[in-house]
Design a binder for this molecule. Sequence first.
Ligand SMILES: Nc1nc2c(ncn2[C@@H]2O[C@H](COP(=O)(O)OP(=O)(O)OP(=O)(O)O)[C@@H](O)[C@H]2O)c(=O)[nH]1
Ligand SMILES: [Mg+2]
Length: 415
Amino acid sequence: MGSLCSREENSEDAMVTMNGQGKNKTKKEGDIIHFFMLGIEGAGKTTIIRQLKCLCMQKPHNYQMYDDSWNLIDREKIFDNYELQGLKNVVRINLLTACASLIRKTRDRDEEYLRSSAAAAAILRRCSQLYEGEVDIYDHSNQIEDEYGAYIIEIVSDPQVFRWLEQPIGVAGLKIEDGTRYFLKDEGRIRNIFTDSYQLTNDDIVHVRKPTVSFKSYKFRIKQLRVEIHDMGGQKSELVKIPQFMRQFLTTSGHCFLLYVSSLAAFQEPDKDSKGRTVLDKSAAIFKLVLEMSGVDECTVMIFFNKQDRFEEICREMLQNDDGEGKRQIEKLLGVAPKLPKNQKEGGKKNKPENFDYLKDSIRNRFKEILKNNNDKKSYYMKYTQATDAQLMSTIFYAVENEIISAFFTQARYL
Ligand SMILES: Nc1nc2c(ncn2[C@@H]2O[C@H](COP(=O)(O)OP(=O)(O)OP(=O)(O)O)[C@@H](O)[C@H]2O)c(=O)[nH]1
Ligand SMILES: [Mg+2]
């Protein structure tokens, strides 16, 4: 509670720093909101950080980024050239890897297909070098040469290969990350990535996929609210570190939020580690485990149900399936019978795509139930998000800021 009061007392001081005219080192730690961000791999945690960094460049009045000592970082320095070059090479590696998987999948289905293609051979060779090397695939020494752009374009422009990218449901043995799909489906974007002089745009930056290893903290101001976000990797090898990071994090003073990120799109993705389970099942199971950890009951829980764009896209594609199989599958997976999109029925309004909120709600209810069974009185916030969409995320960040600040005032009144 003390933190709530100190925030109000210091609000003038906070404005000075917002304008960049003063240093903020004297500020009390209790004044900062800590978000401990958790969720399984690929849910979009690091993308939320990248989106915040992009917003600091686009809307510098309302978003600022700070260094470890709370000194304002110049917006030109938020992404330096070295980092951008590194991210561009990460996309090259991801494109090469995805393209190699597509080639293998296509060959599996058709013995002869692509056997004689020089581009396919070159991609598979380079990919083997990458994965058989001594260092991590994303190591700086693994620079992918410009020429692979043309090979990749040649392969994916073939309809036999491209059809795999159009599949609504995950294809067994073929995992294409959502971010990589964004580049792979657009020839112009592939060409950009393989052009030496090309600089990544903000849209590119939020689509880069590089799994987080270990743990990193970032400091931002969103309007009046100073936040520190702790981002942790969600791969199996990283999740075992949760207790260690929670211990470290929960000793931090200031108000704490558990920000759990879960992908809505994972509702139909098979979990490769456990037969018969989806990636969403896994995410819900990890959420339950985290809530049971000691000290977490001190945190307010916030859940971002992310990738709502992919969720809608997948539902739309599944429901287009004429034999009704997609509809049956959605019902089986979500426990709710999907309705046909309005504009396909009864001549509903055109150009207004269905957003399937009632289906998203079934996922939200599942997490609500977990929360309720854990602690009936716990306060929580839940949002549907799309971390890659700057406009939508900005609206969500403002709402979070507003709700947290209102909660400060409400609780302060009762002190
Ligand atoms: N279409 C779509 N893609 C998204 C969205 N959010 C994130 N992505 C993409 O999903 C991929 C994975 O996102 P990350 O932010 O790296 O996931 P993470 O949760 O940090 O994963 P780990 O670090 O492995 O735990 C990236 O390529 C993002 O561009 C979204 O809302 N919509
Ligand atoms: Mg990450």
